[in-house]
Design a protein. Structure first.
Length: 147
């Protein structure tokens, strides 16, 4: 029997955020921050909406979670994000001392694991590939529409 609150369950919630970004014409990346099996922050890319290159889903979610918790540290939280974080986002996750990172699709062009694999906090657990095909397919569809 599948546990009701597993990585796939929460990645589906992040995927819903990515779909919202897609509908707004934003690169379809979604994220949720979870603490004690409860979503405490939701976000999606807002770089076009805010005209801000730092408005990635992860950055928005981390800021919202830190504000809710009243702490800059997210060591007891898990971030679910549909695309492997970039170096900027991984750096922020490292500074937040994130407890666990779960991402869907790998990012061969800009993912942190290629350019800065040690940017996360040493204690951060990393799980990759959760709903990877769905996440990658949404990204592919987005960019095919724009070419």
């Amino acid at each position: 029997m599948m546990e009701p609150f597993d990585d796939t369950y929460f990645m589906k919630k992040a995927f819903q955020e990515a779909q919202q970004a897609y509908e707004k014409g934003e690169v379809p990346v979604g994220a949720v921050v979870v603490a004690q099996n409860r979503i405490i922050a939701r976000a999606h890319n807002l770089t076009e909406t805010l005209t801000d290159v730092t408005a990635h889903a992860e950055m928005q979610a981390v800021t919202a979670a830190a504000n809710l918790l009243g702490s800059k540290y997210l060591n007891e939280c898990t971030l679910y994000v549909t695309l492997e974080p970039c170096v900027m986002c991984a750096g922020a996750l490292g500074w937040s001392q994130l407890g666990k990172l779960v991402y869907g699709a790998s990012d061969q062009k800009r993912g942190f694991s290629k350019f800065a694999p040690k940017s996360l906090h040493p204690k951060t657990e990393v799980v990759s590939g959760v709903m990877a095909d769905d996440c990658a397919d949404l990204m592919t569809a987005f960019f095919q529409e724009r070419r």
